[in-house]
Design a protein around this ligand. Structure first.
Ligand SMILES: Cc1cc2nc3c(=O)[nH]c(=O)nc-3n(C[C@H](O)[C@H](O)[C@H](O)COP(=O)(O)O)c2cc1C
Length: 242
């Protein structure tokens, strides 16, 4: 199967009906897997356990990841829903050591300023338990950096602009899918925001319609990797039933 059809209108879940509704997409039958109640409950619990094991990692092994794996992670991310199906994202995959070094240096420059005055005292207080500081060695050690850009608008071949919708929400969802896909593959990530991140536009020579969204190092954890022993809010604190 050509995996790149995931971005097209040709579904692969069932027979194509060839019918047309008011819009221009042809519709296709959609009948995703149904499970027994027991299997549904087990899958829901298993998926929670899988995601509960995801942690932000700041100590990476330099071990490389196969290009094909990264391709599939980005394909998974790009299946996220998006406003008017605009898919307003670009995933830049950086493995070149010189470029990773340049990104680390630029990020540390911003983070040095953030930690020495640009962040509010309250912000620094909230970060203190995590033990983070301006040093970002992981940006050079991790084998791969995925820099997620949001696309504020699209430019048509004739030069006119076309709006994208709910860009923030859409790219946030796609980034979440990426983290979940990495976790599922046994890889670890960090959601990093060395703000302001405009240096990424320059270093990666991105077009004018793109804005840096997240910088995500990805790889395997270092053998001596440790993470803060944090506790997640219990269900009662995050869910309200009506
Ligand atoms: C939008 C966003 C920005 C973040 N920025 C940073 C960052 O710049 N540096 C960092 O070390 N962690 C960053 N984090 C990671 C959080 O500190 C981390 O998700 C949180 O402490 C919970 O830990 P967990 O991801 O292991 O569950 C960020 C997370 C999010 C969602």
């Amino acid at each position: 199967m050509n995996k790149d059809t995931t971005t097209g209108g040709e579904g692969h879940q069932g027979n194509q009906l060839g019918t047309r509704h008011a819009g221009t997409y042809r519709t296709v039958r959609y009948a995703p897997e149904r499970y027994s109640p027991e299997r549904t409950a087990a899958r829901a619990a298993d998926f929670h356990a899988l995601l509960d094991g995801r942690r932000s990692v700041r100590h990476f092994s330099p071990e490389p990841i196969a290009d094909a794996v990264i391709d599939d992670l980005v394909r998974a991310a790009s299946t996220a829903p998006s406003g008017a199906h605009k898919q307003p994202w670009t995933f830049c995959v950086v493995t070149d050591p010189a470029l990773k070094k340049a990104i680390r240096e630029a990020a540390e420059e911003e983070e040095r300023e953030n930690y020495s005055g640009r962040m509010t005292p309250e912000w620094l207080e909230d970060l203190a338990p995590l033990g983070t500081d301006w040093r970002k060695e992981f940006l050079e050690v991790a084998p791969c950096l995925i820099v997620v850009f949001k696309r504020a608008y699209e430019t048509k071949p004739d030069g006119t602009r076309r709006k994208n919708y709910y860009v923030e929400e859409s790219v946030g969802l796609a980034s979440g899918f990426l983290l979940a896909a990495a976790r599922n593959a046994g890889l670890v990530t960090l959601t990093h925001t060395p703000s302001p991140m405009n240096f990424l536009l320059r270093l990666l020579q991105r077009p004018e319609n793109e804005r840096p969204f997240l910088l995500i190092p990805i790889g395997y954890p270092a053998v001596d990797c440790e993470v803060p022993d944090l506790v997640r809010k219990p269900l009662e604190e995050v869910m309200v039933r009506y």
